[in-house]
Design a protein around this ligand. Structure first.
Ligand SMILES: C[S@@+](CC[C@H](N)C(=O)[O-])C[C@H]1O[C@@H](n2cnc3c(N)ncnc32)[C@H](O)[C@@H]1O
Length: 263
């Protein structure tokens, strides 16, 4: 840090700016250590010099630990994604409407956000939709197959999910089966938080189209797979979805996409 200040004092703003532009140009894919220092966060495909504020948030740390204990993320942590979901759920908690997640697996994200917003005190319902046994092969396009997607891919987990959410009683509705055929079972007319994470274009677009009109103004729709390279087909489909409705879609460095329902 001292060295940086010394450099700043020694050189003019113009030369420093030229140096920064040069360093950014030649650093390619590498985090530019001389400019930004050591990475503050390196997890889940995201490396950044910026401060992961959620590490200082005890409520987040404790909620995330509970989500992680479901065994949902054997390949590694994904705290920045969970932070985005908790932010979106906090918006939803303050709105009139229920929560929906399409693509639940063992329920790590859902349990994290429920603990984060203290779901039980909200008097809302949380609808959890999944086959609870992986992707549906027939729903994948040739393009998605070429990108490496396959049917299945997840261990059957329905019983585990029933056990995990049993303490919430009637507030959690576990809907088992393939989206879109199960969408009709979501019997709420007002949705305040929508998380879509099914790793396949067809059911994801069907869910977004089905729920769009029911999202209450200000509610967030979080698209987990939006920026991931395997899921380009979804990204293009959601770009079109957003364009058709004239809503901006925010691409996050976590790989997620975010749309807020306009007022
Ligand atoms: C990446 S996982 C979801 C992860 C989860 N959000 C979490 O918190 O860990 C994708 C899930 O989508 C589900 N899925 C894929 N296609 C589906 C479909 N057509 N209908 C319902 N669930 C589906 C899979 O069974 C799998 O559990």
């Amino acid at each position: 840090m001292n060295l940086r200040n010394k450099i700043r004092d020694r050189f003019s703003d113009g030369s420093l700016a030229r140096f920064v532009i040069f360093m950014n140009k030649v650093s390619g894919n590498w985090l530019n250590r001389p400019l930004y220092g050591k990475a503050k966060f390196n997890e889940d495909g995201l490396v950044t010099a910026h401060h992961p504020t959620f590490e200082d948030d005890e409520r987040f740390v404790s909620a995330y630990e509970k989500g992680r204990a479901t065994g949902s993320w054997p390949h590694g942590d994904l705290r920045w994604r969970a932070h985005v979901l908790c932010w979106a759920a906090s918006r939803g908690a303050a709105l009139d409407g229920d929560f929906v997640e399409c693509g639940v697996n063992r329920g790590g994200s859902a349990l994290t956000v429920m603990n984060y917003v203290d779901f039980e005190r909200l008097g809302k319902r949380f609808y959890l939709l999944d086959t609870y046994e992986g992707l549906v092969a027939e729903q994948l396009s040739d393009e998605e197959r070429r990108a490496g997607l396959r049917g299945g891919g997840y261990e059957p987990c329905y019983e585990a999910v029933v056990r995990t959410f049993a303490p919430f009683g009637d507030a959690v509705r576990i809907i088992r089966g393939a989206v879109p055929s199960t969408l009709g079972e979501v019997d709420t007319q007002r949705i305040a938080f929508l998380s879509i994470d099914m790793n396949a274009r067809e059911p994801e677009i069907a869910a977004a189209e089905c729920f769009w009109d029911r999202l209450v103004p200000g509610a967030a729709m979080v698209l987990d797979d939006y920026g991931w390279r395997k899921h380009a087909a979804q990204r293009l489909a959601f770009d079109e979805f957003a364009l058709k409705r004239s809503v901006p879609l925010l691409a996050l460095p976590t790989g997620q996409g975010l749309i807020l329902k306009p007022h």
